[in-house]
Design a protein around this ligand. Structure first.
Ligand code: MG
Length: 272
């Protein structure tokens, strides 16, 4: 028997790092001109066999799995008849096995299909992204590039997008490699659980446990402002989505900007 390595090497310690900055993607970093929403609606039609109007439903601040579940529910996929209609053409063993698993509550049926629908979404998002110009919002390229080069800052993502969806949306911008840590909608359908995921990953990467206002969450919705409340994070809201300055102000972010065009001021707020 040869000697065995007792334990893995320790994580790299970066003593200069003092901020973990986590950006939302949609309407914070980029305007995808509806590509994500169209891919989700196509995936729901393919997997649940339902389609419908969005009504007042807002994608903003929600996670991809959460959106899939909400819309399928809204459009009647909770109805067993609608689910049965989707088995046309499938093998009997598949149908029996699938129904045996799913014919509990409508909630169980929906949950069982969410993974499949999200996988379909990932197939479709490339197609939808290819049809539009993914627009980097004002000041974002400068801010993220500056932060990524700053030894005091670890730059990351905190997004409702699933991992592959985030990569595909950001790929055309060239910014994706600058984000060294992330928490995605594929980590939890609940956005409020994502900050802790990002903090744990940042600690694994740097050996430093970021706490309180050392963690900065930047986003365009009340959900972005509120998701880190349990950890007491610093919040920076930007009115580049569908929420006005007044609406965002009501949720009391630490800082609030119309946009990030004056990116040096945002940079100061992050390090303040
Ligand atoms: Mg957003």
């Amino acid at each position: 028997m040869g000697a065995q390595r007792a334990c893995p090497p320790p994580p790299s310690i970066l003593p200069s790092v003092e901020r973990l900055v986590l950006f939302d993607i949609d309407c914070t970093l980029i305007d995808g001109h509806g590509a994500g929403g169209r891919a989700i609606m196509r995936a729901i039609k393919d997997v649940y066999g339902v389609e419908g109007e969005l009504g007042d439903y807002s994608f903003h601040g929600r996670t991809d799995p959460g959106i899939v579940r909400d819309l399928a529910d809204l459009w009647g996929a909770g109805d067993p008849e609608a689910i049965l209609g989707r088995y046309e053409g499938e093998t009997q063993p598949y149908v029996v096995h699938d129904l045996a698993e799913r014919l509990g509550t409508p909630d169980d049926m929906l949950d069982a299909l969410v993974d499949r629908c999200v996988a379909r979404y990932v197939e479709l998002i490339s197609d939808e992204v290819g049809k539009v110009h993914i627009e980097v919002l004002p000041g974002v390229r400068e801010l993220v590039t500056e932060l990524a080069a700053d030894r005091r800052v670890l730059v990351g993502l905190l997004t409702g997008n699933v991992t592959e969806g985030a990569r595909i949306k950001l790929a055309p911008t060239g910014l994706y490699p600058l984000f060294r840590v992330a928490a995605y909608g594929s980590d939890s359908a609940l956005r409020a659980e994502l900050p802790a995921v990002a903090v744990a990953r940042a600690e694994k990467l740097t050996g430093r446990r970021f706490a309180g206002k050392e963690v900065v969450v930047i986003g365009d919705t009340p959900a972005d402002i509120e998701c880190g409340a349990g950890l007491g994070v610093k919040t920076i809201a930007v009115a580049t989505g569908r929420h006005s300055l007044d609406e965002l102000a009501a949720h009391e972010p630490d800082y609030l900007f119309a946009d990030m065009s004056d990116w040096r001021v945002v940079h100061e707020a992050i390090l303040a």
